[in-house]
Design a protein around this ligand. Structure first.
Ligand code: FE
Length: 230
């Protein structure tokens, strides 16, 4: 398998490039518009053919590259079935399998950070979007976020994956690159709670400022990454 973890310095976003084999078909998870050229160059250098790009959710902190990649390379753009983004040409349901050249990802509906967030699981790893971060979890105070739904996604879905599953989140701001389900269960401070109420209490009292890009990114991401729509 070919696997690259790419980082957007501006927004602290991780983008993942995956392919089953050299010379085969590839997919991107959570690509950032400003880095489109970098992705295309890398994909060419690795001799891959990009066929799909997935967003785990409608991002509030960066503009998605899904629209640009679809227009440029005629790829399939994927999000979970609850998305309102107009440029997605395939939506996936809970437990639906995405198969790219034999590389299989299982869609997991993991709302809470937003009401349309999905995670994508492989045998040995899971791409959690902002549902589960490393030693943190995605905020639940905008975009129809809901701490009770987040608790359910975390404790009844993601933490039920095998202990040694690698956790690859959509963001990190502290230099963490990867974790495991077991490590997060034991050491993630947000997960050391005894009930959904306790979790909601923590999440409802974070008092975070809105992301810098939010007013630009959310509307743009609902329109394929276009920022100057008439
Ligand atoms: Fe997010």
């Amino acid at each position: 398998m070919i696997f690259r973890q790419l980082y957007d310095l501006e927004s602290g976003t991780y983008t993942y490039l995956l392919a089953a084999r050299a010379g085969g078909e590839a997919l991107l998870i959570d690509p950032v518009l400003e880095n489109t050229k970098q992705y295309v160059t890398l994909i060419e250098q690795l001799g891959l053919q990009l066929v799909m790009a997935i967003d785990t959710h409608t991002h509030a902190d960066h503009v998605t590259a899904l629209g640009a990649l679809r227009d440029e390379l005629d790829i399939t753009t994927v999000m979970g079935e609850r998305t309102k983004a107009e440029c997605v040409n395939r939506t996936v349901k809970e437990d639906e399998i995405i198969d790219v050249d034999g590389l299989k990802l299982r869609a997991m509906f993991t709302p809470g950070h937003t009401d349309e967030s999905f995670s994508f699981a492989m045998k040995d790893r899971v791409f959690t979007g902002d549902a589960l971060l490393i030693r943190g979890t995605g905020r639940t105070d905008f975009q129809n976020g809901d701490p009770h739904a987040a608790y359910d996604s975390l404790f009844n879905k993601l933490l039920k994956l095998p202990d040694d599953t690698w956790v690859y989140p959509a963001h990190d701001y502290k230099g963490w690159t990867v974790s495991t389900i077991d490590e997060e269960r034991r050491f993630n401070p947000r997960l050391q709670v005894k009930s959904a109420e306790e979790y909601a209490d923590i999440m409802n009292n974070l008092n975070l400022p809105n992301p810098k890009m939010m007013d630009i990114a959310v509307p743009a991401n609902l329109q394929c990454g276009r920022q100057n729509n008439p």
